[in-house]
Design a protein around this ligand. Structure first.
Ligand SMILES: [Zn+2]
Length: 220
């Protein structure tokens, strides 16, 4: 997709390829790679290098029990793919999110966060990072905020802008504690994002300061 201008770093892609990222970050990379041919190609090459390195290691033969277990799991995976059990109605949901979203975006039980924003929590990972969908109404805005940890965002539908630019479907953004920004959705349609927050965000406006204690409570 030619509108994608924001990609994960090569270091993040390499860690993803080596399966060393926490689930929350791995989900963001998976979603981006589904939309981005450039990063999909980089990942294919990284996987190839990884597999060549593995071949250079001396293999030890798997026990027969382990082999049977792997073959059983392979059968299960094939079975699910054939029956389409995990396919949501709305095929625009990225494949790696089908395990969390079985009904398409419209039928999700969205939780209202503010006049402009709804959220739906998908999971927490092993580090308690929160993985959620955020839906911002057309022209809607989130309060100006900074972060106490890293925040990963991948746009699934629509577009939004902040002080640094305009972002479209598939764009991958990483914001750290030094960023202070105010995302605003474009006017044409709802903007739906996959968002990972590693620690509670810190709202910086007057109303933000009033809301901060509630955010910390909802994160606990
Ligand atoms: Zn990319």
């Amino acid at each position: 997709m030619d509108t994608i201008k924001n990609h994960p770093t090569d270091e993040l892609l390499a860690s993803y390829s080596a399966a060393s990222l926490p689930l929350s970050q791995a989900l963001c990379i998976s979603v981006h790679v589904e939309h981005c041919d450039e990063c999909a190609e980089k990942l294919r090459r990284l996987n190839q290098v990884g597999s060549e390195l593995m071949h250079q290691l001396k293999p030890s033969p798997p026990s027969s029990g382990l082999k049977d277990k792997l073959l059983d799991q392979l059968d299960t995976i094939t079975g699910d793919a054939e029956t389409g059990r995990h396919r949501p109605d709305n095929t625009s949901v990225p494949r790696c999110l089908h395990q969390f979203i079985k009904t398409g975006y419209e039928k999700i039980s969205w939780k209202r966060i503010s006049r402009d924003i709804q959220s739906y929590e998908l999971c927490r990972d092993q580090n308690n990072a929160k993985v959620e969908l955020l839906r911002i109404r057309p022209g809607g805005t989130s309060s100006t905020h900074t972060h106490m940890g890293d925040e990963y965002t991948v746009i699934l539908e629509g577009s939004f802008s902040d002080e640094a630019g305009l972002y479209h479907k598939g764009d991958f953004l990483l914001r750290d504690a030094s960023h202070r920004h105010t995302p605003v959705a474009t006017l044409d349609k709802d903007c739906i994002c996959l968002a990972v927050t590693e620690a509670p965000i810190q709202l910086t406006g007057f109303f933000g300061r009033l809301l901060n204690p509630f955010i910390r409570r909802s994160y606990a």
